[in-house]
Structures are given as structure tokens and as C-alpha cells.
Design a protein around this ligand. Structure first.
Ligand code: KG4
Ligand code: ZN
Length: 358
């Protein structure tokens, strides 16, 4: 399989990111601008603001990433969806113009395919690892929580959350306590000093599905507990015992919800490896429990370096590089954003085509 040196562009949510990979998937350069501080006072991402900031940041990030790379890219990969439509459009049209202007091939990347590729990247400058046949992969972020089976022929979603995403539930509970956005990293830190069995929280299962999971009942129960007990984290510097216990109990419940389908999925699909990606894959408790589970099931586990769990362009470049080698490409004159999760096995086929592009 011949792989091309690739520049990846990511603008699906609130990170503007550009990265260049060499032909072995080595991260050669990365440039990123986080919008977290612009959205923080609204407690979540404001779509219009995100688009405008992507528009401002992308040209100079591109310049910086290209200047730091050893040689120019041979392929342009861009996240085309799912995500915020205005934010995606900035990246997609910028990537298309860049590819068109330099006569480079273009490939549209599904943001979830990109997350699935992230555990195989080396954050310390080494080549990317190859993916074994049959990986059972969790993607848990602010917008998605699903298990996938990743095979040579593509990826297939096996089960998912029916309501909130795991990261979203961390963000909402943090917000109810007056903690800053995004809530996940702060909750992770505070929960380590709390008692995870102190607060009884539900782990609802769905009546009509053995595998899908739900976070909204759990989130509402935690928020109710916060209101009833008048809990507040007071900026999160030294939260009191009651706050620490609630967060430890909530975090444990979220992790157990995410891992609940794992035994059944492993028995049915006989994977060779477990992976996790997406912002929530940075979570200490999730990483520990996943390792424990993998040991119990006799499976290998591969987790991305923490900085590659959240949205980044290296994973977009890697997914695009592999997709292009499998024959996918997009027409720069016609490529459009795909805001919705349109997951079709095998993955990228919903976004790219070998016969004219989208
Ligand atoms: O993958 P990501 O950067 O963006 C999306 O595609 O959504 O994920 C961001 C989400 C946020 O909800 C954030 O609170 C959560 O990931 N997150 C965490 C941790 N770090 C980030 N959740 C739990 N524990 C963490 N350490
Ligand atoms: Zn993401």
C-alpha cells in the first residue's frame, strides 16, 4: 500500500487544527488553536462563533504547520462531517481550494473514522502502528458515544448512546456545579479524591436494546442530587467532600455505562484488540477499567496519548492517508460538508467515492 505525505485539516467543532504526516504516518508537524476560552462563558460551543474563529485561524495554522514540516504534502485530508455545519464548511472549502490550487488529491474524512485511527498514532514522533484485523473500538466524546468493529474492509457501528454523549454528560454535570467548560478534565481531576460508591446513581438499561446505552437518566439524577443537596464546586479549587463524592460516583457510573456492552460484544465479534478514542478516552477511570477489562478478556488494548484523544488534525490526516490508499478521493469542486452522522459501512464510503467524488 503506497501512502502519501498528508496534510490533515480539522474544523468540525471548537478546535482548528492542521497536521502534516509523512508517508509512514509519523507526525511531522502540528498547529492547533483551541477556542475553549471563547466558548467557556456560554457553557458550550456557540456555532456561529466557532465558524468565525476557524476562518480566522486556519490560514496561519496552515502556514505554520507547512513551514514546520520537512517537505510539502502530496495529499489533502479534511473532516467533512459529522459536526457543526458552518464550522465544517470552513475546513472543507479551505481544503478544497488548497488542493485545487496546488493540484493535489483531496480526500474527505469522517470525523469518527479519524478518532478510530488515533490510537495507532505515535505522539512522540514515531511511525503510526498498523491496525490488526478486527478491533473493538469505543469512541466517546462530546458528541458521540459508540462502539465500532473496525475491520480491513471498513468500520461498522455496533451500538451507541440513545441520548446524550458521555462527554456531554460530564460537561452538564460540571456546569450544574459551577465548574468551567469543558467539564470532563476537571471532573476527572476532582473525582480522583472522592468516594465512587458514596452516591447511589442509576445505570439505566434500555428496554428495547441489550447493547445501546443511555446517559440522560444518569445525568438528570446527578443534577437532581446537586440541586437537592445544594452542592457547588466554588470554582473547583478545593471542592468539599460532598462534591468530590458525587463526581467520583458519577464518573464511575458513566464508565460502567460505556463498558456495559463490552463482554457481549467481545464474545460475539472476537476482536484482537480493544481501543478507545475521543475526548472521554482521556479519562483516568475509563483508561484503568478498559485495561482491566482487556486483561480479563485476554485482549490487547491500545489507547491514544492523552493529547490525541481530543479533536486533532493528525488523526484526520492518518484516516485520510489510509482511505486514499484504499482508493477513496473527493472532487474539490464539489466537496460539501456532511453535518450529520451518516455512518454507512464501510465508514468513509458515506463521504468519498472513487467515481467522481462528493
Ligand atoms: O473528542 P472531543 O475533543 O470533541 C468532540 O468531538 O466532541 O471531546 C470533547 C469532550 C468534552 O465533552 C470533554 O468534557 C470530554 O471530551 N473530556 C473528558 C476528559 N477530557 C475531555 N471527559 C472525561 N474525562 C476527561 N479526562
Ligand atoms: Zn471528536
Amino acid at each position: 500500500m503506497t501512502l502519501l505525505r498528508t496534510v490533515g485539516i480539522e474544523t468540525s467543532c471548537d478546535e482548528t487544527a492542521v497536521a502534516v504526516l509523512d508517508a509512514d504516518g509519523r507526525i511531522e508537524s502540528e498547529a492547533m488553536a483551541s477556542q475553549v476560552s471563547s466558548h467557556a462563558r456560554y457553557g458550550g460551543v456557540v456555532p456561529e462563533l466557532a465558524s468565525r474563529e476557524h476562518l480566522q485561524a486556519l490560514p496561519w495554522l496552515m502556514e505554520r504547520a507547512l513551514a514546520a514540516a520537512a517537505r510539502p504534502p502530496e495529499l489533502v485530508a479534511v473532516t467533512a462531517g459529522p459536526g457543526l455545519v458552518g464550522a465544517l464548511l470552513v475546513g472543507v472549502r479551505y481544503a478544497a481550494a488548497f488542493a485545487w490550487g496546488r493540484s493535489l488529491p483531496l480526500v474527505a474524512v469522517d470525523h469518527l473514522e479519524a478518532h478510530l485511527a488515533s490510537p495507532f498514532l505515535d505522539a512522540d514522533g514515531g511511525p503510526a502502528a498498523s491496525m490488526p484485523e478486527r478491533v473493538l473500538a469505543l469512541v466517546a466524546s462530546g458528541g458521540h458515544s459508540s462502539w465500532y468493529l473496525v475491520e480491513e474492509t471498513g468500520s461498522r457501528r455496533l451500538c451507541r448512546t440513545r441520548d446524550d454523549a458521555a462527554g456531554e454528560s460530564f460537561d452538564k454535570v460540571a456546569q450544574a456545579l459551577g465548574l468551567p467548560y469543558p467539564g470532563g478534565p476537571v471532573v476527572d481531576r476532582i473525582a480522583r479524591t472522592g468516594d465512587p460508591v458514596a452516591v447511589p446513581l442509576p445505570r439505566p438499561r434500555l428496554a428495547d436494546s441489550r447493547l445501546d446505552f443511555s446517559f440522560s437518566g444518569l445525568k438528570s439524577a446527578a443534577v437532581r442530587w446537586i440541586r437537592e443537596h445544594r452542592l457547588s464546586a466554588g470554582g473547583g479549587v478545593e471542592p468539599d467532600r460532598a462534591v468530590r463524592d458525587l463526581l467520583a460516583s458519577f464518573e464511575r457510573a458513566v464508565v460502567e455505562q460505556l463498558l456495559a456492552p463490552l463482554d457481549e460484544l467481545a464474545a460475539e465479534h472476537r476482536p484482537l484488540l480493544l481501543t478507545a478514542s475521543g475526548g472521554v478516552a482521556a479519562n483516568t477511570e475509563l483508561r484503568r477499567r478498559l485495561q482491566e477489562k482487556a486483561d480479563a478478556l485476554g485482549l490487547g488494548v491500545r489507547l491514544p496519548a492523552r493529547r490525541l484523544t481530543t479533536d486533532n488534525a493528525a488523526m484526520v490526516a492518518r484516516a485520510g492517508q489510509l482511505a486514499h490508499a484504499r482508493g477513496f478521493w473527493s472532487d474539490p469542486r464539489r466537496l460539501d460538508a456532511r453535518p450529520r452522522e451518516a455512518w454507512q459501512p464501510p465508514g468513509m464510503r458515506g463521504l468519498s467515492t472513487t467515481s467522481g467524488g462528493v
